[in-house]
Design a protein around this ligand. Structure first.
Ligand SMILES: [Zn+2]
Length: 115
């Protein structure tokens, strides 16, 4: 399958994933995060503090999905951001928003450095 076709398959998948996440995030009483609480905090803390406070798993994941969709639009989907190798189809089937190839991902995890 050509890279463009492959990206297109994953695009549908990513859009569906994002919709799911949005539905989850818009539910009012997930965990300890109440919308009223968010607004309250926003008024008391600096923007940076609020951003850190809002970085739940879902928010991080949503960003990953958005970034992957941007890479599809830019034509760089399935290309490792670190070593520019093509990310394997198996990895993309498991993690359609993968940013790095398996090797770089392991290195990033080992170093504990996400930059
Ligand atoms: Zn890589």
């Amino acid at each position: 399958m050509s890279p463009a076709l492959k990206a297109n398959c994953h695009r549908e998948e990513l859009l569906a994933l994002r919709e799911q996440l949005d539905a989850q995030l818009s539910q009012p009483a997930i965990d300890a995060f109440e919308p009223a609480d968010w607004a309250d905090r926003a008024s008391q803390q600096t923007e940076a503090d609020v951003n850190i406070g809002l970085v739940t798993r879902e928010v991080v994941l949503r960003k990953e999905i958005d970034d992957a969709l941007e890479r599809i639009a830019a034509g760089t989907f399935a290309i490792c951001e670190k070593c520019h190798a093509v990310i394997g189809a198996r990895r993309l089937n498991a993690v359609p928003y993968a940013r790095y190839c398996v090797r770089c991902e392991r290195r990033v995890e080992d170093e504990g450095n996400l930059e």
